[in-house]
Design a protein around this ligand. Structure first.
Ligand code: AMP
Ligand code: MG
Length: 326
């Protein structure tokens, strides 16, 4: 985890240095179990308010802290919600439906069982099946500010919370009059406006080499989120067990190393990148053709790179060992 944070930090800093010649204020801190860097053309006070907001979201959404608002819902099999938790859970429900349960915030029991990045357990099949029976996407609802969890479902918002936080942070900066900015919440990137009239160049993490990028994206006014099997994992007997779970309760095991999503909402980019990683390349491309509301880059274990049409002029591959699939 720490090594990954360093990688994110280095890549973000290298991007931020390009922005040093215009009056951006910058602020870096740790929250949401990750490294956060904010840079925008607003004053220090605005970025301090954004930090406070992100820290309060971090407290409310922490699955591992028994006192968080999310944990209290989990302990009580639901209850009333308002504000950000209400909005975020409605989005989570919608993306779970849209992705046919590939994005599944009801996986809390599975996530706790494996505890990737913590205890790093390799559970017995019976334990996984038991946890899976209490992790079904259809076993929770939210309506009129009331959440209901059935069948022991525990909600975990780790696959969407950082993206949602980037939405809120960007909104706050815009409301304060900001017109140009680059925010990174553990690699969940939000870009506002342009960089002196040019696109922002966003480095995409190399899936095999730490502290290196595989390519760059030239974009403005959008959110860029990557899910990958290198972000949080352990290895035993030559096999990697990472933090993104498929519908069988095991870490997803398909051809993908990473998926990057570019779209107009941080929460959507975050939920979709997790979901596409679970779906795999073919199903992911079918989902792309069906939805048409995002763009993506898929990188596979055999070093192929598939870029959806809207990003083909925007992505530059830097590693000659990888090849374009399309
Ligand atoms: P991300 O890095 O955004 O792809 O999200 C991974 C995190 O989301 C994990 O650390 C878990 O907390 C949670 N998670 C794992 N698998 C899923 C899934 N299939 N759907 C939704 N959230 C998941
Ligand atoms: Mg995600």
């Amino acid at each position: 985890m720490k090594r990954h944070l360093l990688t994110v930090l280095l890549i973000v800093l290298s991007v931020f240095c390009c922005a040093c010649n215009h009056p951006h204020t910058q602020l870096s801190f740790i929250a949401m179990d990750t490294y956060i860097t904010l840079s925008a053309d607003v004053n220090d006070g605005v970025l301090s308010s954004v930090r406070q907001k992100i820290c309060s979201l971090s407290d409310a959404l922490d699955f591992h802290n028994s006192g968080s608002a999310l944990s209290i819902l989990n302990q009580n099999a639901g209850g009333p919600v308002d504000g950000d938790l209400n909005t975020l859970l409605q989005l989570a429900r919608q993306y779970a439906n849209d992705t046919g349960g590939a994005f599944n915030p009801a996986l809390g029991n599975i996530i706790r069982l494996w505890d990737i990045g913590g205890q790093n357990r390799l559970p017995a099949a019976a334990q996984i099946n038991d946890a899976l029976a209490h992790s079904q996407s259809g076993d929770w609802q939210i309506q009129d500010g009331q959440v209901s969890l059935q069948n022991g479902v525990q909600l975990d918002l780790g696959g969407i919370a950082k993206g949602y936080a980037s939405d809120i942070a960007l909104q706050m900066i815009e409301q304060a009059g900001g017109t140009s900015g680059l925010l990174s919440i553990g690699g969940n990137i939000a870009v506002l406006g342009s960089k002196n009239g040019d696109d922002w160049r966003i480095a995409i993490q190399h899936p095999e080499t730490e502290q290196a990028s595989i390519g760059t994206l030239s974009v403005c006014d959008c959110f860029v989120v990557t899910s990958g099997d290198y972000q949080r994992y352990f290895e035993t007997n030559g096999k990697r067990y990472h933090h993104i779970f498929g519908q069988n309760g095991y870490p997803t095991d398909n051809s993908l190393r990473s998926v990057t999503v570019v779209t107009d909402s941080g929460a959507k980019a975050d939920a979709y990148s997790t979901a596409l990683f679970v779906m795999g390349l073919d199903q992911g491309l079918a989902f792309y053709n069906q939805k048409q509301d995002f763009e993506a880059i898929f990188i596979t274990k055999d070093r192929s790179v598939t870029v959806t049409p809207g990003l083909r002029n925007r992505f530059t591959l830097q590693d000659g060992g990888y090849y374009y699939e399309n």
